[in-house]
Write a protein that binds this ligand. Sequence first.
Ligand SMILES: [Ca+2]
Ligand SMILES: [Ca+2]
Ligand SMILES: [Ca+2]
Ligand SMILES: [Ca+2]
Length: 410
Amino acid sequence: MEINRKSPASVAPTTRTGETSRAEAPKQKPLTVRDGFETRGARPNNFVDRPTGRPAAPAGSVPASAFAFGSSNVAVKPDANKVVDAKKVDPSQPKPKPSGDPVIAVIDGGVDFKHTDLDDAMWTNPGEVAGDGIDNDGNGVKDDIHGFNVGTGGGDPFKGDGTDHGTHVAGIIAAEDNGEGNTGIAAGKAKILSVGGLYDGADLLTNFERSVDYLVNLKTEQGVNIRAANASFGNTYRSPADQERWTAAVQKLADADILLVAATANGNGSNMNNVADMPANIDLPNVITIASMDKNNDKLARFSSHGDKVVDLAAVGEDVLSTVPGNKWEEMSGTSMATPTVAATAARMFAENPDLTAVQVRDLLIKTVEQDADLKGKVITGGKLDIEAAIQAAKDTVVAKPEQPAVATR
Ligand SMILES: [Ca+2]
Ligand SMILES: [Ca+2]
Ligand SMILES: [Ca+2]
Ligand SMILES: [Ca+2]
């Protein structure tokens, strides 16, 4: 099944670049960023070799006061990650019910929200006035129009490291069906909320916690229809305390009914079954973990890890064409690219039936996989993403509502 947006007819030939070195797919392991930055030669130095998942933040580069969440960018305890600056909420007031297009949060390097293939696909914060330097909606972040920069604490997600990666991931989900570049699987059916700056400021875990707090606050207090978060990142965390923090943050997403779509490692065939790979291997029902198929959707991609106790399914993540900053498109490879195909399919499913929960969508994604003998013993389901079957399964859950009996008004 062709599931990539690589139809030659949809590709602007003059904008395709970076094809020469794709064969250089990920070599480092573990890679925190789950794709082949090697393919582009633009990988920031601090993406490489971070065995603890804790890139050193440039000392003093980010003042603690710049953060909306937490009290410091070092030695943050779990309890410190509260939304400290958000306005007081009157608990007697009813919470707004999320509605509208499903919003998919891309927690990553920032998305180029001005990209011509993404600008109409971005979530826009209805409670925020752009550029006035005021936190109009009182969520603790000034001018957070299209998302949040967890690295700086500011409202401009498109700053810092990994913007090519984040922009690529976003395009796989929702690049516009506009006759240029690629078309995202959920084009026109979902909005992208960029939580950028994941590789700036604090360490990955702390930044993830802050990202979660931002998203959960938006959903529960403001009714933003955040249905899934894409996690094309991860690393091994051996400390039980760190593992607890990861799990607590993902539990917060679960409590807010947000699906976490997580990439397994690019470990060149490594087995992740007994590895504390966070957040991919967290055993919560709102987490679905993805390995990468090759470009033919035939076998696991050679760069992908696997694990028949921890990885749910596989999806194509090799040579995927998508958006990169500056109105360009490139092909990239990695579990980072496989993961947003699943997040986008989930978005389509939420669009078909907004009453589905994150856990229900996860279950349907798993039940509708296409079995593949090459995946036996490699992933839990022994199967790969079947986009059409998953969307159809979501459609099939829609129960025709009986007509309301007419009530005579007097
Ligand atoms: Ca705000
Ligand atoms: Ca503002
Ligand atoms: Ca397009
Ligand atoms: Ca096969």
